[in-house]
Ligand binder design. Structure first.
Ligand SMILES: [Zn+2]
Ligand SMILES: [Zn+2]
Length: 57
């Protein structure tokens, strides 16, 4: 329990991510950290659907 996988753009693969302590008291905090490279990932990338994670440039 508590282990989440997320596609890390730094590692270019699905990595185990962990949730850092939230300072903003979100009900569901979107902040995650890749345990392999330490990159901050945001679950909102998956949920909002409006802004793409891949800019055309
Ligand atoms: Zn938060
Ligand atoms: Zn990573």
């Amino acid at each position: 329990m508590g282990v989440e996988m997320m596609l890390c753009p730094i590692c270019h693969k699905e990595c185990v991510v962990e949730q850092p302590p939230c300072a903003d008291e979100h009900d569901v905090c979107p902040e995650w950290l890749c345990v392999e490279c330490g990159a901050a990932l945001f679950a909102g990338w998956l949920g909002s659907g409006s802004s793409s994670a891949e800019p055309a440039a």
